[in-house]
Design a protein. Structure first.
Lengths: 401, 254
C-alpha cells in the first residue's frame, strides 16, 4: 500500500501522528507493526476484493446526470456509493478492517458511529464474519437516526448510548477510546480517516477503491484519464479521501471538499472546521480542530449527524494547508435544497451528508465540457425523519402542501 | 535541593492526591491544596479540566465538566496557584492533556508553570518520542519534571525506556483502565508490581489508578514509594464542607 503524502511516522506534513495515552500504546503499536504486512498478503487482498465485489456490489456505477448537467452547465456524474450494500461508502472500510481484526486474532469489535452508517456497516460485517460487535452512539444521534439504530440491533450489535458532551459523534469516539483502554483485547474499528496513526492511512487505503473505479469509469465514458473536478463531503473525511486518493498527485484534477456549515459560519452552530478551526490534537491525531483559547474542544453543529464533528482527518488538514484541495461549506438549508433537487431531477434520494457535496455544485462555475464527479456517499433512507419534517418547505406537490 | 527531589530522597509511603481544579466550586482549589498540606499529603496533582479527557473514567470526567461549567480556565488556575505560592510547601504537579499545552504555546506554558511554583507536569497523551524530540530541552530549561506513565501492558523494554525519560518518579498505572475507583488490587496487578520491582529501576515509582482506601494505599506502599489517589478523593469532596471532607478522607487512608 503505497500511500500518498504520508511519512513513516504517520504525518501528512504537520498533521497526523499518534497522540495516545500510554494505556493505548500497546494496541497502536501492534497495529502499526502489522497492518502493512497484512494488507500486502495475497489472501488478504483476495478476500477483500471478493467481498467488495460479491457482498458489497462493487464496482458502483458512475451515473451521468443529464438534467443536473444542463442546470449547472457541465458534464456531471455521480459516483454511486449509495448503491453499496448497507447504503453508504462506509462498508468498504469496515470490510477491510474486519479482515484485519481477524488476522490479528481479535474477535470483539468496537466502533463509534454518528449517522449510524458506520455502525450499521460494522454490525453487518461482524454478522458476516462471526465477530462480536459493540457500537457507541451519541444519544442525540440515536434519536435523529432511528432506522439505523434498529438495523444495528437486528444485526445483533450492542448499541451503547453516549450521554457526555453534545451526545454526538465526538463524544461517541471518546467513549469508544475509553472502552478500548479498559478492554485492550478488543479491536477498534474506526469509521473515518481520523484517530491515531495508522488509522487515517489505513482507512484512506480501504476507501481508495472509490477513486480507482472513478479513473477507469471516466476513461470508459469520457475517454480521459481523469475528471476536472471531484466533489465530496467531509465529516472526518473518509469518502473524500477515497474519492481523491488516486488523483492526489494529478494536479489537473480540482479536489473540492465540502464541510457542514450548520446554521452558517457566522454563527457558533457550525461544523466547518477549516473556517473555525486551528491546529490541535483531537482523538489521537494532530489536525485542524474547533477549539477555544484554552484548547477546549468546541461542540459542533450540523443537521447531518455524519458531518457533526469538530475536526477533520489529518490528510485533509494537510490538503487544506497546502491548498491541494479547495474547501467549501454548505448550510443545513442548502443541503436540504440539494436533496430535493436531486430527488426531483434525477430520482435519487441522497443522504444528508452527500447532499452537502451536491450543494457545492451551485457554488462553483464550470465550463460546459468539464467533467465533474460528485461522490454520492450514501442514500437518504436513514434521514427520512429529517426529510419528512421539511417536505412542506421543499416539495413541489401542492396537493401535499 | 528542590522540594520534590527531597521528598523522594527522604520519604517512604508517599501520599499523593489528585483533584480537578475548579471542582466542586471555582474557589475550592486553594482551600483543597491548603487543607491537604496540613493533613499529611506529600504531593498534590492538580488536574487541569479538559473537554475531552479520554484517559479518564466517569468520576474525573464529571468533575472536569463541572469545573468547566464553573468557568475554570488555565489563566485563572495559574493566578490561583500564584496567590498561594508563598504559603504552600508541598510540591505540586499539573496534570492535563497535550492540546492544552500546545494551544497555550508550549514555552509560555512552561514559563507560567515555573512562575507559579509547580514542580512537574503530566500530559497523558504526549508520546515519549515527541517529548524526546521536541520538548525535553524546554522542560529542563524551566526545571520542570515531565512524568511518564506505564501500564501492565507496557513491555519491560518500554518500561525501562520510559523510566529513563521520566523525571523524579515514574507513574505506575495499576491496571489497563481509565481512572476510577476499585476496591482492591487483584493478583494480575500484584504480578505487575512485582515485575516492576524486578526491573530495579533507577527512579522511584508511585502507583495510581484504582486506589480508594486504606488497604489499597498500604498495598501500593509495599510495592512502590507511595500511591496516588484521585477518583475516590473527588467522590469524597463535599461542596459545603471542603475542609472537613478533605480531613475525613485523609484520616480514612492513613
Ligand atoms: C453517507 C455518509 N456520507 C459521509 C459521511 C461522513 O463521513 P466521512 O467524512 O468519513 O466520509 C457519513 C458518516 O456517517 C455518511 O454516513
Amino acid at each position: 500500500m503505497n500511500s500518498p503524502l504520508i511519512d513513516e511516522k504517520g504525518f501528512y506534513g504537520d498533521f497526523g501522528g499518534a497522540f495516545v495515552p500510554e494505556m493505548l500504546w500497546p494496541n497502536i503499536e501492534e497495529l502499526q507493526e502489522c497492518y502493512q504486512r497484512i494488507i500486502a498478503e495475497k489472501d488478504f487482498q483476495a478476500d477483500f476484493k471478493i467481498l467488495l465485489r460479491d457482498y458489497v456490489g462493487r464496482p458502483t456505477p458512475l451515473f451521468f446526470c443529464e438534467k443536473l448537467s444542463r442546470k449547472y452547465n457541465a458534464r456531471i456524474y455521480l459516483k454511486r456509493e449509495d448503491l453499496n450494500h448497507t447504503g453508504a461508502h462506509k462498508i468498504n472500510n469496515t470490510i477491510g478492517q474486519a479482515l484485519m481484526a481477524k488476522r490479528l486474532g481479535k474477535r470483539k469489535i468496537i466502533a463509534e458511529t454518528g449517522a449510524g452508517q458506520h455502525g450499521v456497516a460494522t454490525a453487518t460485517v461482524c454478522a458476516l464474519l462471526d465477530l462480536e460487535c459493540t457500537v457507541f452512539m451519541g444519544a442525540f444521534d440515536m434519536q435523529r437516526q432511528k432506522p439505523n439504530v434498529a438495523r444495528m440491533k437486528m444485526l445483533n450489535a450492542k448499541v451503547i448510548p453516549v450521554i457526555s458532551g453534545n451526545k454526538t459523534l465526538k463524544d461517541a469516539v471518546n467513549e469508544t477510546l475509553r472502552y478500548w483502554i479498559n478492554h485492550p483485547e478488543t479491536y477498534y474499528l474506526i469509521g473515518s480517516v481520523v484517530g491515531p496513526h495508522p488509522y487515517p492511512k489505513m482507512v484512506a487505503y480501504f476507501q481508495s477503491v472509490i477513486s480507482e473505479e472513478i479513473r477507469k469509469q471516466v476513461f470508459k465514458k469520457e475517454g480521459r484519464t481523469a475528471p476536472d473536478y471531484i466533489i465530496a463531503c467531509v465529516g472526518g473525511g473518509s469518502n473524500a479521501a477515497g474519492a481523491f486518493y488516486h488523483f492526489l498527485k494529478d494536479l489537473s484534477v480540482q479536489l473540492i471538499a465540502v464541510e457542514a456549515a450548520g446554521l452558517g459560519t457566522h454563527t457558533d452552530q457550525t461544523a466547518a472546521t477549516t473556517v473555525k478551526g486551528s491546529k490541535g490534537v483531537l482523538h489521537g491525531s494532530m489536525t485542524l480542530v474547533m477549539q477555544d483559547k484554552d484548547g477546549q474542544i468546541i461542540e459542533p453543529y450540523s443537521i447531518s449527524a455524519g458531518l457533526d464533528y469538530p475536526g477533520i482527518g489529518p490528510m485533509h488538514a494537510h490538503l487544506f494547508q497546502n491548498r491541494r484541495a479547495q474547501f467549501l461549506n454548505v448550510t443545513d438549508k442548502e443541503a436540504l435544497q440539494a436533496t430535493y433537487e436531486l430527488t426531483q431531477l434525477e430520482g435519487i434520494i441522497p443522504a444528508l451528508e452527500s447532499a452537502h457535496a451536491l450543494a457545492a455544485l451551485a457554488k462553483l462555475s464550470f465550463k460546459k465540457e468539464e467533467v465533474v464527479v460528485v461522490n454520492l456517499s450514501g442514500r437518504g433512507d436513514k434521514d427520512m425523519e429529517s426529510y419528512i419534517k421539511t417536505i412542506d418547505q421543499f416539495s413541489k406537490d401542492e396537493g401535499y402542501r | 535541593m528542590k522540594a520534590i527531589d527531597k521528598l523522594f530522597k527522604e520519604k517512604k509511603d508517599i501520599l499523593s492526591i489528585y483533584f480537578t481544579a475548579g471542582y466542586p466550586t471555582l474557589e475550592s482549589t486553594q482551600e483543597i491544596i491548603k487543607t491537604l498540606e496540613k493533613n499529611r499529603t506529600d504531593l498534590i496533582e492538580v488536574g487541569l479540566p479538559y473537554s475531552d479527557p479520554i484517559a479518564d473514567g466517569p468520576v474525573i470526567q464529571k468533575s472536569s465538566q463541572k469545573a468547566l461549567e464553573n468557568s475554570m480556565c488555565i489563566s485563572l488556575l495559574f493566578s490561583q496557584l500564584k496567590a498561594i505560592k508563598k504559603e504552600i510547601h508541598v510540591p505540586l504537579i499539573l496534570m492535563g492533556y497535550y492540546n492544552q499545552f500546545l494551544r497555550f504555546g508550549e514555552e509560555a506554558f512552561l514559563k507560567k508553570c515555573k512562575e507559579v511554583g509547580l514542580s512537574g507536569i503530566i500530559l497523558a497523551d504526549l508520546p515519549a518520542e515527541i517529548y524526546q524530540d521536541k520538548y525535553r530541552g524546554l522542560f529542563e530549561k524551566y526545571e520542570l519534571a515531565f512524568i511518564f506513565l506505564v501500564t501492565p501492558k507496557s513491555s519491560d523494554a518500554r518500561i525501562l525506556k520510559l523510566s529513563k525519560l521520566s523525571k523524579v518518579f515514574l507513574y505506575v498505572i495499576s491496571s489497563t483502565a481509565t481512572t476510577g475507583v476499585k476496591d482492591r488490587f487483584e493478583k494480575e496487578q500484584l504480578d505487575f508490581f512485582k515485575r516492576i520491582q524486578k526491573l530495579n529501576l533507577k527512579i522511584p515509582t508511585l502507583i495510581g489508578f484504582g486506589i480508594s482506601n486504606r488497604d489499597s494505599f498500604s498495598m501500593a506502599c509495599q510495592y512502590a514509594q507511595g500511591g496516588i489517589i484521585g477518583s475516590a478523593f473527588i467522590n469524597a469532596l463535599n461542596e459545603k464542607d471542603i475542609k472537613g471532607s478533605v480531613q475525613n478522607f485523609i484520616e480514612s487512608i492513613v
